[in-house]
Design a binder for this molecule. Structure first.
Ligand SMILES: [Ca+2]
Ligand SMILES: [Ca+2]
Length: 273
């Protein structure tokens, strides 16, 4: 997504003529690559999950808390001042796997959960999942024809990792990639259901919403020991368009372009409930 982010950062920070394909050297991107050992590694238990927005299936699986300003990403009008604490935006997420499907549970605190009014999915209240399914790191989209603007075309062969968006609508709207430029009114929900065995369910809560998600990435086999890169985010629109995004784990890098600082998830056999 974050075409707009890419433009801003490329213009500010990247002198390369292939700005879309080259890692943009900002913040601690280089230091992060040199210090891979510090990246979070999470073991995903194997567990049968029913995707119904009821968190009961997840008992005993440790949530990862994304709270506090250290998880904010700044740019495109998003500043520290726009975030009003954990009740405004924060979340806990968990992940598991079963068969050939990955499962996620997001429990989001957002004091104003709004119907989508913004033109692009990521400018509305929404969840983002970035998946480096081959644990490759590097460029998320590897341009093959030399064009500078990879966002203008979505060639599945070039996609080394997915950027998926989920809106807390009923039913949730799902966006799988940038082929429709993440236009809010062009979700890929049907394709998600048919080709990804995708499921998503949402429930509003007193403090925000719960989203439960399950899917099988086409062509990707899951088995114990498999390692993938993962980055997650939640966007917050409280009525004036997106004002905050909270990210795990990398907050100071070009995570929508490069996958070098994603956390690692490892599929285990440790839990067969
Ligand atoms: Ca909010
Ligand atoms: Ca909101």
């Amino acid at each position: 997504m974050l075409f707009q982010r890419a433009i801003v950062l490329a213009a500010l920070a990247c002198a390369s003529s292939t700005a879309w394909a080259e890692p943009v050297e900002i913040g601690c991107a280089k230091a992060g690559r040199a210090d891979a050992a510090r990246r979070p590694r999470l073991e995903l238990p194997e567990r049968k999950i029913v995707v119904d927005a009821d968190p009961a299936d997840w008992q005993g699986i440790q949530p990862t808390l994304v709270e506090g300003e250290k998880h904010l990403w700044f740019g495109q009008g998003m500043t520290r001042e726009n975030w009003h604490g954990n009740r405004d935006l924060s979340y806990a997420w968990r992940a598991a796997w079963h068969g050939n499907k990955l499962y996620f549970l997001f429990e989001v605190n957002d004091d104003k959960v709004l119907a989508p009014t913004q033109p692009f999915s990521y400018l509305n209240d929404s969840i983002e999942i970035f998946l480096d399914y081959g644990n490759r790191g590097g460029e998320r989209v590897k341009v093959m024809d030399g064009r500078a603007d990879w966002f203008s075309k979505c060639d599945p062969k070039e996609m080394m990792g997915y950027e998926m968006h989920f809106l807390p609508t009923t039913p949730p709207r799902v966006y799988l990639d940038h082929r429709d430029k993440y236009a809010t009114d062009k979700p890929h929900s049907e394709e998600f259901a048919k080709k990804w065995a995708g499921e998503a369910a949402v429930k509003k809560t007193a403090t925000g919403y719960i989203m439960e998600i399950g899917f099988s990435v086409p062509g990707v086999a899951l088995k114990p020991g498999k390692v993938m890169g993962l980055e997650v985010g939640v966007n917050d629109d409280d009525g004036q368009g997106r004002k905050s995004i909270m990210i795990w784990p990398a907050t100071k890098t070009d995570f929508w372009l490069t996958m070098d600082e994603y956390g690692k998830i490892i599929l285990t056999q440790g839990d067969r409930k």
